[in-house]
Write a protein that binds this ligand. Structure first.
Ligand code: ADP
Length: 261
């Protein structure tokens, strides 16, 4: 199935949403992510013990659009899992939106993850039995048990913003890969995250859809004050980010504006 509406010509601007995320008060300065000396060891104390991240220092400020690149096995997914509060580091300090992660129990961690972070994966993980609109509203259903009319409207406005106003009632199987990924992006924005972590968000798409989905992420970044960290293997996409962080063998080997392509 072909794309119905290119995301750059979406029928509604993202800033037309009912409430753009405003995350003030709970951040320390304007730094959203403060990582100091992060180490991650798997299988500690066992013969197959492996240290994957060797003392990373990383700061991400609100409003950045950064790429995370590096060879396979360099630790990108592990870093994303720690940043995404899916795993804890073995040593070091992580402060997210002003909250020191080491002081939080698992329940507080889950709450912080839900209230602060949005995730976009290579595979969209949409629920096949639900429509696009229901999928976008799913984080609300999980959080509140029900979806209020106001938040249902927000889900519909998000779908319009990603160029899918004609596809709200379709199931994932009735959407192209690019459209499915746009639904997943709308879902990631549903709870107004301060930081979106995207793991190879275009890795499963053909070149044209990939470029369109990336353009959509950039447009959302421009129009709403959401911070992005995007893992990508694609140097052309990394070149379209404002900052490129490169991991090699569990260490940050480069961090700065993208090299001119
Ligand atoms: P990347 O995303 O850059 O490909 P990963 O973070 O997936 O890198 O993996 C980095 C290293 O950590 C690899 O050597 C991988 O085998 C190892 N690793 C990742 N997860 C685990 C785990 N749960 N247990 C043991 N080793 C792991």
């Amino acid at each position: 199935m072909s794309e119905s509406t290119p995301p750059d010509h979406a029928d509604r601007a993202v800033h037309a949403l009912p409430s753009a995320p405003v995350h003030t008060g709970h951040t320390s300065g304007r730094e959203l992510v403060q990582l100091s000396g992060l180490r991650k060891v798997y299988n500690a104390g066992q013969p197959n013990e492996i240290e994957v991240l060797h003392g990373l220092d990383l700061r991400i400020r609100q409003g950045e659009f950064a790429a995370l690149i590096g060879p396979s096995g360099s630790g990108k997914s592990t870093l994303l899992n720690v940043l995404g509060l899916l795993e804890r580091g073995t040593a070091g300090e992580y402060v997210l939106a002003g909250q020191a992660i080491s002081t939080l129990d698992d329940q507080a961690l889950t709450r912080l993850r839900r209230d602060t972070l949005g995730f976009v994966f290579q595979f969209h993980h949409l629920l096949p039995a639900f429509t696009a609109e229901e999928n976008v509203a799913m984080p609300v259903r999980v959080r509140d048990g029900v979806v209020s009319p106001r938040l249902r409207e927000r889900a519909r406005e998000l779908l319009s913003a990603v160029g899918l106003s004609n596809a709200m009632d379709r199931k994932p199987s009735q959407l192209s890969g690019g459209m499915q990924q746009r639904v997943a992006i709308a879902r990631a924005l549903m709870l107004e995250p301060a930081l979106v972590l995207a793991d190879e968000p275009t890795g499963n798409l053909d070149t044209a859809s990939s470029s369109e989905v990336f353009a959509l992420l950039r447009r959302i970044h421009r129009e709403v004050s959401t911070t992005f960290l995007v893992v990508t293997h694609d140097p052309r996409l990394a070149a379209r980010c404002d900052r490129v962080i490169e991991l090699v063998d569990g260490r940050i080997s480069a961090d700065g504006v993208p090299a001119a392509s």
